[in-house]
Write a protein that binds this ligand. Structure first.
Ligand code: C5P
Length: 221
């Protein structure tokens, strides 16, 4: 009998950026395309899992056969993630905005003629990965985060592993010259408490299949 590696398992994935509203017509965002997160959802489905994908605003279609919940802000993403747990594996690939505007304007902010721009007071968003990582009852057996950095990649990934209580951090260098953000290829390192593995450049679908295969193996151990 050819049982798929993740048959009977529930995998939760976050993907894409978040949009943090400034007023009814403006928002703060980032350059995440959602390609890597969506590819992970497809790879987990192909490995036999039931997959829930919580996605920020992306130009990608909802993948076939995958329960996809579309959200806008980090706060919405956190509620959606909580409502989808428990899961056997969670992979947090979303590029969640670190900050949101403290008080969203009820009306479009207008120039007041003084020549002075309005001050946007920011507050920190909840950390979804850390919230799940430190949750007593809902933490999945295997919790994987991403670290997109433009400098000190490994140090940053290691500190995220600890701070957010993740099992693995998939680290990638998103300096503009790498073309990773928005592109189809990715060069990643798998950072765990056992050490750092450098993976060769692959397309995002292949990176996703490799991560899923490793996750399935780790779950079996
Ligand atoms: O701290 P940093 O944003 O670089 O951490 C990246 C990892 O943490 C990613 O896995 C991302 O999905 C997750 N994260 C999160 N909620 C946040 C910020 C980051 O889940 N507010």
């Amino acid at each position: 009998q050819n049982r798929l590696p993740l048959a009977g398992k529930h995998v939760l994935i976050t993907s894409g950026p978040t949009h943090e509203p400034i007023d009814p017509v403006r928002y703060i965002a980032n350059r995440s395309s959602g390609k890597q997160g969506h590819a992970l959802a497809v790879a987990a489905y192909e490995a036999g899992a039931r997959v829930t994908l919580v996605s920020g605003p992306v130009d990608l279609a909802d993948p076939d056969n995958i329960d996809t919940i579309r959200v806008e802000s980090a706060a919405d993403m956190l509620s959606a993630v909580k409502s989808c747990l428990p899961a056997d594996i969670a992979i947090m690939a979303a590029a969640v905005a670190d900050w949101r505007v403290a008080s969203e304007g009820a009306q479009k902010i207008k120039k007041d003629g003084s020549g002075k721009p309005p001050a946007l007071g920011l507050v920190e968003n909840p950390d979804i990965l850390a919230t799940v990582g430190h949750h007593e009852s809902l933490r999945p057996k295997l919790l994987i985060g991403f670290a997109a950095e433009t400098q000190n990649l490994i140090d940053n990934a290691r500190s995220k592993l600890e701070r957010k209580n993740a099992d693995w951090i998939i680290a990638n260098d998103v300096s503009p010259e790498t073309g990773i953000m928005g592109g189809d290829a990715n060069t990643v390192r798998l950072v765990s408490r056992d050490g750092v593995e450098d993976w060769p450049e692959m397309d995002k679908a292949e990176v996703a299949r490799q991560i899923v295969a490793r996750a399935a193996a780790a779950l079996d151990e």
